[in-house]
Design a protein around this ligand. Structure first.
Ligand SMILES: [Fe+2]
Length: 309
C-alpha cells in the first residue's frame, strides 16, 4: 500500500558533539557514533543521521549552515517500491544505494529516498497514553502518577519543509501524483499538509511556502501523551536548549506541541494526540490561514520569569 512512514532523515551538521548531546537529551537512542557522523533511532526503528561529511552524491544543501539533506520514505512491498521508483525516474536520475535505498531529489531539490520499510516497524507496540480520570469516566484507580522521567519519542511522525512560493504547485504535485500522498489540508496562503498512503496521521508531511525559501522547517516526534510533551520540553530547557514556541495545541492536526531549536538546523517538535483521519476526511481547502493554534500556554507570571511556587 505504498509509502508507510518516514524511514530516515539525514542532516549535514557542523557541530557533531552539540547535535549528539541534543538528540541524547531529546530522548532518541544512539546507534552509531564516529568522529564524523552519528545516528540515532526512534522506538519505531526510524533513523536520524547526523553527518559532518555528508555523501557527495546528495543534492546540494538548500540553505546555509546545518540543515536537513534527505528524507527516506519507507514502502511496504517490493512491487510498490518499483512502481514509485519508476514514477520518480521519469524525468530525473535515481541511484540505488548499497543500503537498498533508491535516491533522487524532489522538485525543490531536497534529497529524496525510497526504500523498504524495515520489518521491525510492524513489531512496534508502544502501549498507550496514561489513563485519565474525569467524573463519570474514571479510568485510573489506585494508581498515583509519577513523573514520566526520560521521554522516549515513539516515532518521527512528520517532516515539514520550507519551499519557495514559485513552483509550489509543482513541488506539491510531485508528492501527490507520483508518490501517492493525499492532501488533507491545503492552506492556500501557507502550505499543503499531506498524508502518506500507509499512515493515519492527519499529516506526515508539510510543504510550507509561507517563508518563500527552501530549507528545513521541523521534524516532529510523537510521544505518548501530554505529560511527555511537557516533561520532555522541560528537560530540554533544563539542559540549556532553547524553546522555539510555547506549549500549545495546533489547529490543523490538533496535536499538542512543544518546539525546540535544533543545532542540526530547523526545529524539532514533541507531538501528542494528533488527529487520525481516513479518506472520508477528504481534502480541506482553506482560502485563509486558520489560527496556528487552538491554545498556547499563557501565564501572568511570564514577565517576572519567576519559578518560585
Ligand atoms: Fe509539526
Amino acid at each position: 500500500m505504498g509509502i508507510q512512514r518516514i524511514e530516515s532523515v539525514t542532516y549535514s551538521v557542523d557541530d557533531l558533539d552539540a547535535c549528539v548531546r541534543f538528540f541524547t537529551d531529546f530522548g532518541l537512542t544512539p546507534v552509531e557514533r564516529t568522529a564524523v557522523r552519528a545516528s540515532f533511532e526512534t522506538a519505531a526503528g526510524q533513523r536520524l543521521h547526523l553527518d559532518t561529511l555528508p555523501d557527495p552524491a546528495l543534492p546540494p544543501a538548500l540553505e546555509d549552515g546545518p540543515t536537513l539533506r534527505e528524507v527516506v520514505w519507507g514502502v511496504d512491498t517490493e512491487a510498490d517500491l518499483a512502481t514509485l521508483v519508476a514514477r520518480v525516474g521519469v524525468d530525473r536520475e535515481v541511484a540505488l544505494g548499497a543500503d537498498g535505498v533508491h535516491r533522487t531529489r524532489d522538485e525543490t531539490g531536497f534529497g529524496l529516498g525510497l526504500g523498504l520499510t524495515l520489518a521491525r516497524a510492524k513489531e512496534f507496540a508502544p502501549g498507550g497514553p496514561r489513563e485519565a480520570n474525569v467524573s463519570g469516566a474514571v479510568r485510573r484507580w489506585n494508581a498515583p502518577l509519577e513523573p514520566v522521567g526520560r521521554v522516549r519519542p515513539l516515532r518521527m511522525c512528520h517532516v515539514a519543509l520550507n519551499i519557495p512560493k514559485a513552483g509550489q504547485e509543482e513541488a506539491v504535485a510531485f508528492y501527490l501524483d507520483r508518490l501517492g500522498f493525499r492532501a488533507t489540508d491545503v492552506v492556500k496562503p501557507m502550505g499543503t499538509f499531506m498524508q502518506c498512503e500507509g499512515d493515519d496521521d492527519q499529516h506526515n508531511f508539510l510543504l510550507c511556502h509561507r517563508p518563500d525559501r527552501a530549507g528545513v522547517n521541523h521534524v516532529s516526534y510523537e510521544v505518548p501523551g501530554f505529560d511527555d510533551v511537557i516533561e520532555g520540553g522541560n528537560h530540554m530547557i533544563a539542559q540549556g536548549w532553547q524553546e522555539a514556541r510555547k506549549l500549545g495545541r495546533h489547529t490543523v492536526g490538533s496535536n499538542v506541541f512543544r518546539f525546540v531549536h535544533a543545532p542540526c538546523g530547523g526545529r524539532v517538535e514533541y507531538a501528542a494526540d494528533m488527529d487520525r483521519v481516513d479518506a472520508s476526511y477528504g481534502t480541506r481547502v482553506h482560502e485563509t490561514t486558520p489560527p496556528h493554534h487552538i491554545w498556547t500556554l499563557r501565564s501572568s507570571r511570564d514577565a517576572s520569569g519567576s519559578t518560585a511556587s
